[in-house]
Design a protein around this ligand. Structure first.
Ligand SMILES: [Zn+2]
Length: 141
């Protein structure tokens, strides 16, 4: 149960009360290989014999996002996707057709963002970008 202790720690640091629902949602996001939509979280909870209302899941995600524990990605015309906020920046490409996620080499992009913020006198806290693409495989079909 070490991983749950780690999650309790995250909640404590964000000054959030540790509740079973928050633990469950964070645990699922923590073990996910990529972003999850709220309905995917609901499905995984069901697989663990835990039933949670989708609006309750959204409300938990909103709180976690507000506290900076979770990042939200929104692509026009799609569901929002959520992932655990582990680093300052995250840039991913998501295929419009097969929904496959790809990390992007973001060193150059990060440099631009950092420089932009410095020039504009902004204190950079974090960034997240989801880029809507059609992957190589799908574009060949
Ligand atoms: Zn694709």
């Amino acid at each position: 149960m070490d991983h749950l202790a780690e999650i309790e720690d995250m909640l404590a640091q964000a000054k959030l009360r540790v509740t079973l629902s928050r633990l469950l949602v964070l645990d699922i996001l923590n073990q996910a290989p990529g972003e999850l939509a709220a309905w995917e979280i609901e499905q995984q909870l069901l697989n663990k014999q835990k039933k949670m209302n989708i609006s309750a899941i959204y409300s938990i995600l909103k709180t976690l996002e507000y506290k900076g524990l979770v990042q939200r990605f929104k692509v026009a015309g799609h569901h929002a996707y959520f992932s655990l906020n582990k680093s300052i920046g995250l840039v991913k490409c998501r295929c419009n057709v097969c929904a496959q996620m790809q990390h992007m080499d973001e060193a150059l992009l990060q440099q631009c963002i950092v420089q932009y913020c410095e020039a504009a006198g902004l204190k950079l806290k974090s960034y997240s970008t989801l880029i809507d693409v059609i992957c190589q495989k799908c574009s060949q079909k």
